[in-house]
Design a protein around this ligand. Structure first.
Ligand code: A2P
Length: 332
């Protein structure tokens, strides 16, 4: 079966990665429509050696379309996903618009592929730092139920979008040359700096990205009792998020057991070379499908050998977004 497919937000950071991944994985396409704002209408993007013309997204864009890969922002998905579904398409939505809707499955294919069957037209792709954490943590949770995960992130600017990546490059160049540069989308000085995640802060002091890690993981794992205090931070890295993960298990867990489980886990690559002090780095994770996992060690502060520490890195645009969505479409 080949799908008549449309990409909503085709010119963005995730949208262009959709094109790369569909090509690399030889996804069965009957046709491919590229949709973006009127600003991009007429632009050409390369796909399998051909130049495809970007069209303006309108309410009429979905006639005959069977699959929509959406990454044009939450408000655009809220407006257009129901229109696409009414036209008979399945929408794999990379925005946060429908993630916590109880009627919409939220899927990481390595974790809960069975939930896809429950869809009524929309399947949500989880938050990027959540996906990257879920991939290595899920097989550990299956072996030994997890009670609590202390997650601290070092997130790339790719999560803000393509314009933020251009901002970081230009801000860094300007800083080195001693010039002023007015950043277009990143709200805080990006060059040689680290700043709290740009999402809104709730009354309890957690930001929205931190709330997503908790609420989305509970939904994906079907584990409402899981506790995840998260701290989400941006770093001046172009793409690929890194995360420190501290886990409290129900029963004792050794680093050797963790290595054995993760050595066989889908979507995970162990990078844990203590002799060379070589561990996961966002530069190494960039362009890779797997989440890199290292610094595997016992958390000696926890009683009874129930604590494990990890450091991980995963490509935010690939596994954190476009790849996960295409894997969902492949399962369909
Ligand atoms: P455009 O490039 O024409 O602005 P990113 O996440 O990298 O910022 O990309 C956002 C994507 O969503 C881009 O493809 C962008 O298209 C698209 N987009 C933004 N606003 C709209 C809109 N109002 N209608 C359609 N597409 C939109």
């Amino acid at each position: 079966m080949a799908w008549k497919t449309a990409i909503m937000g085709a010119t963005g950071a995730v949208g262009t990665e959709f094109l790369t991944i569909l090509e690399q994985r030889n996804f069965p396409l009957a046709s491919l429509k590229l949709l973006a704002s009127s600003r991009s209408a007429g632009r050409k993007l390369n796909f399998k050696g051909e130049q495809l013309v970007v069209e303006e997204l309108t309410e009429k864009s979905f006639k005959g379309v069977e699959l929509v890969l959406a990454s044009a922002g939450g408000s655009i998905s809220k407006k257009y996903a129901p229109i696409a579904v009414a036209e008979g398409a399945v929408v794999v939505d990379n925005t946060s618009a429908y993630r916590m809707d109880p009627a919409v499955p939220l899927v990481v294919p390595e974790v809960n592929p069975q939930d896809i069957q429950l869809h009524k037209g929309i399947i949500a792709n989880p938050n990027c730092s959540t996906i990257i954490m879920n991939v290595p943590v899920w097989p550990l949770h299956q072996a030994n139920p997890i009670r609590r995960i202390v997650m601290s992130t070092y997130q790339a600017v790719s999560g803000i979008g393509a314009a933020a990546m251009a901002d970081l490059a230009e801000a860094t160049r300007a800083a080195l040359e001693g010039r002023e540069y007015q950043q277009k989308v990143i709200k805080f000085p990006a060059a040689f700096n680290v700043w709290s995640h740009d999402s809104g802060i709730a009354e309890d002091g957690y930001n929205v990205e931190e709330q997503k890690a908790l609420n989305e993981t509970r939904k994906i794992f079907h584990c409402p009792s899981l506790r995840i205090p998260a701290t989400c931070i941006r770093v001046p890295v172009m793409r690929a998020h890194s995360e420190s993960i501290n886990i409290e298990f129900t029963n004792p867990m050794t680093p050797a057991q963790v290595r054995a489980i993760l050595g066989k886990a889908p979507g995970v690559k162990i990078v844990d070379d203590r002799a060379r002090n070589y561990f996961p780095m966002p530069r190494d994770a960039t362009g890779q499908d797997d989440v890199l996992v290292g610094r595997i060690r016992q958390d000696v502060s926890q009683d009874g050998g129930r604590g494990i520490d990890l450091f991980i890195a995963g490509d935010q645009i690939r596994k954190g977004a476009a790849l996960n969505a295409v894997q969902i479409a492949e399962l369909l």
